[in-house]
Structure formats: structure tokens, C-alpha cells
Design a protein around this ligand. Structure first.
Ligand code: S3P
Length: 169
């Protein structure tokens, strides 16, 4: 019945995981989930509220539970939050339960795409460029170690990225 395994999208904030995930799911006639959206629905509050009240630790715990649940579904496309790879448990669940695609981008692109963003607590600071660079240094090796397929997204349309993923999964 299942022709393709689950497809899990990982990568930093502003890489286009939600946009590309939605398009990819439509192409594959799959169901699409965005772990951040499911966390917000279940919690009945948005991500800034969760960070405010429960701290980043509280959010990471919710994220881990959600990734454990969602990765057990079959035949889905899942977009994860940019920090999902920080936890070993998440990296293992993603690797074991589907094909993992790393949507790569540049800090320059991230700065443009997240410029007026109020929904990402980790970017509500004066020096977003430094924060994004530090995150890249910490997380890029984790994304690479978790992914089966790295795909560039900068200066490419979501459609072009989806076509490349379809060729390579
Ligand atoms: C985060 C990325 C966000 C969200 C939260 C933390 C991160 O998701 O999970 O704000 O640590 O990089 P997106 O990558 O979808 O923006």
C-alpha cells in the first residue's frame, strides 16, 4: 500500500519547510503536518506564549512528544521546527521512521524571510544575524547527520525544490 516512506523536512527557520512541505504533500497525495502547528493546536496557545510561560525547555518537551507521535504515522509529509534536531530522541525517530530531507538555506535568506516575524521567540532580539549564525554553527552538523537528502533552497522557487525532492526520494 505504501509506495514511499514518510518524508520529514528538517532545516533552519525560514528555509521554507512549511511551504515546501505543503506543496510536496499535494504532489504525493499525502497528508501534511507541521509539528509547530500541531503543538499550538493541542496546547491551545501560540509558540511565543509557550516560550513565555514554559520556557524553551517546556517547548522542547512538547516538541519531542509531538515528533514521537507524528513520526509514527504512515505515509505523511512532516515539517519540523528548526530546533527539532537538537534532541537525540528526535534525530533517532526521524531517521528510523522516514526519509529525512534537509532544506538548506543561507543566513542572508533567513534574515529576509523572517524580517517581520513575531512568532519566533528565538529571533525577538537585536542581533538576529549573530543568533542565526550561531544556530547554523551548532545545528548544521546535526541537520547533515540526520538527513538522507540535503537540498539547497536559496534562490530557487519552492516548486523547483519540490521537483528535486521528488526526483531524489
Ligand atoms: C525554532 C524554530 C521554529 C519553532 C520555534 C523554535 C528553532 O520553527 O519551532 O520557534 O529553535 O529554530 P520553524 O523552523 O518552523 O520556524
Amino acid at each position: 500500500m505504501q509506495e514511499l516512506p514518510n518524508v520529514f523536512l528538517i532545516g533552519p527557520m525560514g528555509a521554507g519547510k512549511s511551504t515546501i512541505g505543503r506543496l510536496l504533500a499535494a504532489e504525493l497525495s499525502r497528508e501534511f503536518f507541521d509539528s509547530d502547528h500541531v503543538i499550538q493546536d493541542r496546547c491551545g496557545a501560540d509558540i511565543p506564549w509557550i516560550f513565555d510561560v514554559e520556557g524553551e525547555q517546556g517547548f522542547r518537551l512538547r516538541e519531542m512528544q509531538m515528533i514521537d507521535e507524528l513520526t509514527q504515522y504512515e505515509g505523511i509529509v512532516l515539517a519540523t521546527g528548526g530546533g527539532a534536531v537538537l534532541r537525540e530522541e528526535n534525530r533517532r525517530a526521524l531517521r528510523e521512521r522516514g526519509t529525512v530531507v534537509y532544506l538548506m538555506t543561507t543566513v542572508e535568506q533567513q534574515l529576509k524571510r523572517t524580517a517581520r516575524d513575531r512568532n519566533r521567540p528565538l529571533l525577538q532580539c537585536a542581533d538576529r544575524e549573530r543568533v542565526l549564525n550561531d544556530m547554523f554553527t551548532q545545528r548544521d552538523p546535526l541537520y547533515r547527520a540526520t538527513a538522507d537528502i540535503p537540498v539547497r533552497t536559496d534562490r530557487r522557487s519552492p516548486r523547483a525544490v519540490v521537483n528535486e525532492i521528488l526526483r531524489r526520494v
